[in-house]
Write a protein that binds this ligand. Structure first.
Ligand SMILES: [Zn+2]
Length: 222
């Protein structure tokens, strides 16, 4: 595995776009991997391709629609994204069981194929959506398990892990990708592409709410 080559798990949202800029400024070789899991807001994949093209990064899309059919989530089946999850009352309806475990497993295998020694993901446990698989303990454990299972030592990087959404906007600015975040990145659970000062989205879903609040905090501190 090449420690100078990074693979970014890339949804096309604010966080992974920021991570793509972060990785480009640190590693000579960067590739992006998106996963089509049958998400209702699959416009994010179209936006992911546009962002990767603009940043000059090779972009791969893995087809995994079976995953979305298999799990219960308001992101893959009809339902209100704002309520509680039907099987996990303490978690939001948008929680997708085992999504990050699945993504990390696929990306870790891809990294081995591509010879990438670094795996970058945009998870955050600070201003996060309440997903337990975005916490540091889980990411560290998964990374260790995957490396043990393949006898490799791929480094897991999660540069947003302890950042608020406002700090993530600041990082995007520092890494030179704030324009891509605002003009192109897509986070809205409803797949709405309306342009706002804080970026694209409906303004009402939980993802848009976090993003708008982060933008307001970021701009207030400028
Ligand atoms: Zn929205």
């Amino acid at each position: 595995m090449d420690p100078q080559k990074a693979l970014v798990i890339f949804s096309g949202g604010q966080d992974s776009t920021t991570c793509l800029g972060w990785a480009k400024n640190r590693y000579p070789q960067v590739e992006a991997l998106s996963i089509d899991y049958g998400q209702k807001h699959r416009v994010e994949l179209t936006q992911a391709a546009k962002i990767a093209r603009r940043l000059g990064v090779a972009h791969h899309v893995l087809e995994a629609e079976f995953f979305g059919r298999m799990v219960k989530s308001a992101l893959t089946h009809p339902g209100d994204v704002g309520g509680a999850h039907q099987d996990h009352p303490g978690l939001p309806a948008s929680f997708v069981p085992n999504r990050n475990a699945f993504f990390l497993t696929l990306a870790h295998a891809w990294a081995q194929t591509a010879g990438a020694g670094v795996l970058v993901m945009g998870v955050s446990q600070t201003d996060y959506s309440g997903y337990p698989d975005c916490r540091e303990e889980f990411i560290t454990a998964m990374g260790r398990a995957l490396n043990l299972g393949a006898e490799v030592d791929i480094v897991m990087e999660a540069p947003l892990l302890h950042l608020t959404k406002a700090q993530t906007f600041a990082l995007a600015q520092k890494e030179g990708v704030l324009a891509e975040v605002l003009e192109l990145s897509h986070t809205c659970y409803n797949g709405v592409e309306t342009m706002n000062p804080w970026g694209r989205g409906c303004g009402d879903c939980p993802a848009c709410g976090l993003r708008r609040k982060g933008w307001e905090e970021y701009t207030a501190a400028l």
